[in-house]
Design a binder for this molecule. Structure first.
Ligand code: NAP
Length: 501
């Protein structure tokens, strides 16, 4: 397994394993393979450099709202984080450094966009088609990210707008907002970060809010030189800080899943946060959510409310009726001529377009299998799709802590399945249907009593209403569940032979 990928007669590159994406998930998986002594793998990446979310989302003010010392690989600590919350450039640089340190670039095929993946039943391989060439692999690990495909709103006329426009995830840094009439559609995690950064530039900035969010203060600050020195010289101090952040975040699960009444404490803080920052009662009312706190992602910011009260900024809350070639018409009949629209309208989270490209056993298309809402076993394996694994697949996202922890958990779990397949000399491994079903029934029962279930719409939910994104519990219980690996949960086989387990 340590040999290098080979071209065969059909100009298809043979390799043991293909990884999709070079974010935390893809890079972490590649590092684990190297640790396992597997060198025969390819990483396909549609962009020209690594970084995933943290390469794409370069809008002004982009930062993570999980503290840096937790939002990083446990095995690659960084004592030099400049702030409590890492900024996009820092995270991108961190991932580039990790890539170079582990010498992953020779494995990466940049500008290779996945176009299709077909399971070949006769041989148990996957044919992975990309814009840059095709690969034949025994295994595929998809680390393409749950929030990778920017979504434009389904507002009538949106396609007719003739002015400048871009999405927060594809920010146009060459376009000057100075003196322009700018509209921002959306008031989610991305918009509350970029609006304060750009608010002073346009002559007029109209923020179109469909649903206000609950916002808590952001306790951010730069780390002092002395602290960084301490993290470096006394690693226990960094480890203790990481453990403290981890435990504080896990406490939120008590309110989000186990006792939603506890969320009142957050509601009191968020309500105080609006009161102290927004003086005008009518604006305050329109910025105060009516849904239970935590139902949608809780946001953190100190500069969102002040930005909305600048003299050149207005908040429009009546809803958008239509977009014309030059303007936005609101449901109250008012019309605003604008030069530029910035869409802070989120991503295809629940219906990830990549599922339309994945063809499993008997030609079944993953998007069809997931028509009523995505599901998998432990967020990784889907019955009918042997040798195919997701990182950050269904029901792995968190409303309370670091996705890097979940990613590391899944990488370890996938490695265990790969090792088990190797040990029993099987060429295919597939989760049993009844195991996947039982797991998902249990998840949905637990999610039914959570704060996310009732009172709001969110990207955590499929259009059927099923919560397909979130893990309903502590992150350590997800890890424990993954560690309790049972070989009997999977069917190990070699094509044209009986299953071995
Ligand atoms: P988002 O949270 O999904 O927010 C999208 C916004 O667009 C919402 O305000 C939504 O309103 C609005 N919208 C969507 N369709 C609309 C329509 N047709 N008409 C009017 N408004 C519409 O997207 P995001 O802000 O890009 O964030 C996505 C996720 O990325 C976050 O939840 C978070 O997990 C992650 N993220 C994290 C960070 C961070 O760590 N700080 C930063 C950015 C993003 P409704 O609420 O009414 O649907």
């Amino acid at each position: 397994m340590s040999q290098r990928p080979q071209h065969n007669a059909n100009n298809v590159t043979d390799t043991h394993l293909v990884i999709v994406g070079t974010g935390f998930a893809g890079l972490g998986m590649a590092i684990r393979l190297k640790e396992m002594g597997i060198d025969d793998f390819i990483i396909i990446e549609r962009a020209s450099d690594v970084g995933g979310t943290w390469r794409d989302n370069r809008y002004p003010g982009a930062a993570c709202d999980v503290p840096s010392h937790l939002y990083s690989f446990s095995f690659e600590p960084n004592t030099e984080w400049s702030r409590v919350y890492p900024t996009q450039p820092e995270l991108e640089a961190y991932l580039q450094n990790v890539t170079d340190k582990w010498n992953l670039r020779p494995h990466i095929r940049f500008s290779h966009t996945l176009t299709a993946a077909h399971y070949q039943q006769d041989s148990g391989h996957w044919l992975v088609k990309t814009s840059g060439g095709d690969f034949r692999a025994r295994f595929v690990v998809c680390g393409n990210g749950g929030l990778a495909e920017p979504k434009l709103p389904d507002i009538p006329g949106v396609e007719n707008f003739g002015g400048h426009h871009f999405h927060s995830a594809t920010w146009d840094h060459n376009y000057s907002l100075d003196g322009k009439r700018v509209a921002v559609i959306g008031t989610g995690a991305s918009a509350i970060q970029f609006v304060p950064q750009i608010a002073d530039k346009p002559a007029k900035l109209s923020v179109f809010q469909r649903t206000p969010n609950w916002i808590l203060p952001r306790h951010d600050r730069a780390y002092r030189r002395f602290e960084k020195w301490l993290f470096k010289r006394l690693p226990i101090t960094r480890k203790l800080l990481r453990a403290k952040i981890y435990c504080q975040n896990e406490m939120r699960v008590l309110g989000m899943v186990l006792h939603p009444a506890l969320m009142k404490l957050f509601r009191i803080t968020a309500t105080w946060n609006i009161r102290r920052q927004v003086a005008d009662p009518s604006l305050r009312k329109s910025l105060t959510p009516t849904f239970p706190i935590g139902c949608k992602r809780i946001l953190i910011s100190n500069d969102w409310y002040p930005a909305l009260q600048k003299p050149n900024v207005e908040v429009e809350t009546s809803g958008i009726q239509e977009i014309t070639s030059t303007s936005i018409i609101s449901k109250d009949g008012s019309e605003r001529e604008v030069d530029c629209i910035i869409f802070g309208t989120g991503f295809y989270a629940t219906e990830n377009p990549i599922a339309t490209m994945i063809h499993g056993r008997d030609g079944r298309v993953l998007a069809d299998v997931w028509a009523d809402g995505e599901e998998a076993y432990l967020g990784s394996s889907v019955h009918g799709f042997p040798n195919f694994f997701f990182i950050v697949g269904p029901n792995v996202t968190l409303g309370h802590s670091s996705m890097v922890y979940m990613i590391e958990t899944q990488i370890a779990a996938i490695s265990r399945v790969l090792e088990a397949a190797n040990e029993v000399s099987s060429t295919t491994v597939e989760v049993r249907e009844e195991v996947q079903d039982t797991y998902n029934r249990e998840l949905q029962t637990r999610l039914g009593g959570s704060v996310w279930a009732n009172g709001c719409d969110s990207w955590y939910k499929h259009r059927s209403g099923k919560i397909t994104q979130l893990w309903p519990g502590f992150t350590f219980s997800f890890r424990r569940r993954n560690r309790d690996f049972k070989q009997s949960d999977y069917i190990f086989a070699t094509p044209s032979t009986e299953a071995t387990q």
